[in-house]
Structures are given as structure tokens and as C-alpha cells.
Design a protein around this ligand. Structure first.
Ligand code: G3P
Ligand code: MG
Length: 248
């Protein structure tokens, strides 16, 4: 696994945008993150039933839109006008579900960098990785620094490595695994994205000694963010970037 090479300046990544003050995974949340002063945004990518890569965390539309049903069962034409903001606050009513292309356009227009987490609906890992990465490459200028791709899904990550070996790729783990190095090597990952709750002081020492680029999610406590960064973590994902930026 390559040693640290990721360029996080400053080392704070807005988790699904600034989701403490705008509806997650929308352009409003990305704009809020930019206003907070972060340079990086993490967002979740999955496919509609007809194969459009969109930004959504859950497998259903229920929690974060005014529609109901599985993302994997819904056509883009049916979901593109739904309200993805009113659930959060009436002032965001009318906010749309962004596509991957919307995020890339936002990135090009603002200079904000993205971590696209491939979050396939069940059984759709291959399709999600292929479609998202092919589309991202088509829309992304070769001269610009590439997005960071990540996934909990081994198949999606493996496909990302095959399609874009030059793009950084993070292996997401929900729980600590003693065989992390073997999985990271097998998937050709360039960074480890670990649940902050699994990061004990001993494990942080191990990670630091092995010089692996480690990112931690989701860290909303400023003191914890500071401790993790001091212990060698190279970036934290947070729902409240403004507060974390102030504290580090
Ligand atoms: O990519 C870090 C983090 O977003 C992973 O967990 O469930 O919030 O997508 P989740
Ligand atoms: Mg995510």
C-alpha cells in the first residue's frame, strides 16, 4: 500500500456536505460547506433504476425526499423533480437530488474537491462503479486533480482500481479488522477510511507506524478531531465543518 500521498489542506472533509445546516447530499449542503471554508466534500453515489448516478445515502427515498420507495426501483425522470430539502427545513423546499454530473460541475465551477463514495444498492456494485467512474472520467478534465473514490464495497473498489489506477481510492471499513492491510492490498486502495469509533490509541499508533493514509469518519466533536489529527490521521469527515475548522 502506498505511503501517505493525499493532499488534504486543510484536513477537514464535509460529510455529505455541511449536513448540520443544510439537507445532506444536495448542492445547498455543498455550498454551505464551501461557505464554511472547507475544500473537500464527501458524497454518496448510487444508481437510479435506469442507471443515472445520483447522490443519495439511503437505499430508499423516504428519509431525505418527499417521495417513497427504493432508489434502485425508481427512474430518474420520476425522482428528478422531487423535493430533497423540505424534510430538513422549509427554507430548503425545492432542493433537488443532484446527479454525479451536478457535483462535478460544482467542483469545476468552485474548485471544491470531492470524495465520491460508491454506495451501490444491493446487487449493483459492478454497475454503479462502472457507470459512475466512466461518467466521472468523461466529465473530468485530465489536467485537474482527480476526485477521491471510496467504498465499503470490495467489488466497486476493485473496479475503480482497474478503470482509474491513477485516481486515489479509499477502502472504507465500518469495524476494525486486523487484516486491513491484506484487504487494502487486494483492492489496491491508496487510503483507509475508518470509523472513528474503532480508532483506539493502540490502533492509531499501528496505523501511524505503517505510514498508511488514514481518514476517520464521522467526527463532530472538535476535541476528538484534534486528537485524531495529532495522532496522525490525515483527515476527518464531519457534519459540522465550520466548528471543526475553528478548533484544529
Ligand atoms: O465516507 C465516509 C462515510 O460517509 C461513510 O459512512 O454511512 O456516512 O456513508 P456513511
Ligand atoms: Mg458516505
Amino acid at each position: 500500500m502506498p505511503e501517505r500521498h493525499l493532499d488534504f489542506h486543510p484536513p477537514v472533509i464535509a460529510h455529505r456536505g455541511a449536513r448540520n445546516r443544510a439537507p445532506e447530499n444536495t448542492l445547498a449542503a455543498f455550498e454551505a460547506a464551501r461557505a464554511d471554508g472547507v475544500l473537500w466534500i464527501e458524497t454518496d453515489v448510487k444508481l437510479t433504476s435506469d442507471g443515472v448516478p445520483i447522490l443519495m445515502h439511503d437505499e430508499t427515498l423516504d428519509r431525505t425526499t418527499n417521495m417513497r420507495g427504493l432508489v434502485a426501483d425508481t427512474m430518474w425522470a420520476d425522482m428528478q423533480t422531487c423535493d430533497a430539502g423540505g424534510w430538513f427545513n422549509a427554507s430548503f423546499a425545492g432542493e433537488r437530488i443532484p446527479t454525479l454530473a451536478d457535483a462535478l460541475a460544482f467542483s469545476r465551477a468552485t474548485g471544491m474537491r470531492f470524495n465520491f463514495e460508491l454506495k451501490p444498492c444491493p446487487g449493483r456494485a459492478r454497475a454503479t462503479a462502472m457507470v459512475a467512474l466512466i461518467e466521472a472520467a468523461k466529465l473530468w478534465p485530465e489536467s485537474a486533480p482527480p476526485p477521491l473514490i471510496s467504498s465499503f464495497d470490495i467489488e466497486a473498489l476493485t473496479i475503480a482500481a482497474q478503470l482509474h489506477p491513477g485516481w486515489p481510492r479509499g477502502l472504507l471499513l465500518e469495524e476494525w479488522r486486523d487484516d486491513w492491510r491484506e484487504i487494502a492490498t487486494r483492492t489496491n486502495a491508496t487510503s483507509l477510511h475508518l470509523n472513528a469509533e474503532s480508532l483506539t490509541p493502540e490502533r492509531l499508533v499501528t496505523l501511524r507506524e505503517t505510514h498508511v493514509s488514514t481518514l476517520a469518519y464521522t467526527v463532530n466533536d472538535p476535541a476528538r478531531a484534534r486528537d485524531l489529527l495529532n495522532a496522525g490521521v490525515c483527515a476527518v469527515f464531519t457534519d459540522n465543518p465550520a466548528e471543526i475548522l475553528k478548533a484544529i
